[in-house]
Design a protein around this ligand. Structure first.
Ligand SMILES: *[C@@H]1O[C@H](CO)[C@@H](O)[C@H](O)[C@H]1NC(C)=O
Ligand SMILES: *[C@@H]1O[C@H](CO)[C@@H](O)[C@H](O)[C@H]1NC(C)=O
Length: 158
């Protein structure tokens, strides 16, 4: 095998390795972290489908009970206890961020995010929630990793 061939093999190998790590369990699409001020932040990087009316829905399930946290689908009401202490903002270039004020999970919880009929889920174990600052420091330290995230989303579409 000549040098350029083996470099190519290495690049493919690294690409697969990184995608596997980043795309594992769809964690790169949904991330959950705790802000310093005790807010829980759920990022959902789902791209809205073109030519559809965009809407979002965040919910969570514990055991087999699913609770709507926040949505702008007309006709769907969130759980009363989340009606006044959660809000959703848009993320550039696409995606939605749910903020749950003064909230943390007290048991293993599955977060579900829907954007225009596409749905992703993330199982979050109690005591594994990272502070948000750790995640942004991680991305700051390795800015090239964030460049690979769209690649990882593309990967999933195939
Ligand atoms: C829901 O939010 C999306 C994105 O902000 C917006 O385009 C859409 O019009 C909203 N839907 C409703 C029913 O308000
Ligand atoms: C939470 O989930 C982990 C991994 O599935 C499991 O080992 C643990 O027992 C669960 N904890 C509770 C309180 O259900």
């Amino acid at each position: 095998m000549n040098t350029s061939n083996s470099i190519f093999v290495w690049i493919v190998f690294l690409e697969v390795l990184i995608s596997t790590v980043l795309c594992q369990g769809e964690e790169s699409i949904i991330t959950v972290c705790q802000e310093e001020d005790t807010d829980l932040r759920v990022n959902c990087l789902l791209e809205p489908k073109a030519n559809y009316h965009t809407d979002f829905e965040f919910s969570m399930s514990k055991g087999n009970k699913e609770m709507i946290i926040n949505t702008n689908i007309s006709g769907i009401m969130p759980e009363p206890k989340f009606r006044h202490n959660t809000f959703v903002t848009e993320i550039e270039p696409y995606g939605f961020r749910l903020t749950m004020m003064g909230f943390t999970i007290t048991e293993n919880t599955t977060f579900i995010c829907k954007v225009t009929k596409t749905q992703k889920t993330l199982f979050v174990e109690l005591d594994t929630i990272e502070p948000c600052s750790a995640i942004s420091v991680f991305l700051l330290g390795y800015p090239w990793i964030s460049l690979l995230i769209p690649l990882c989303i593309m990967w999933e579409d195939f």
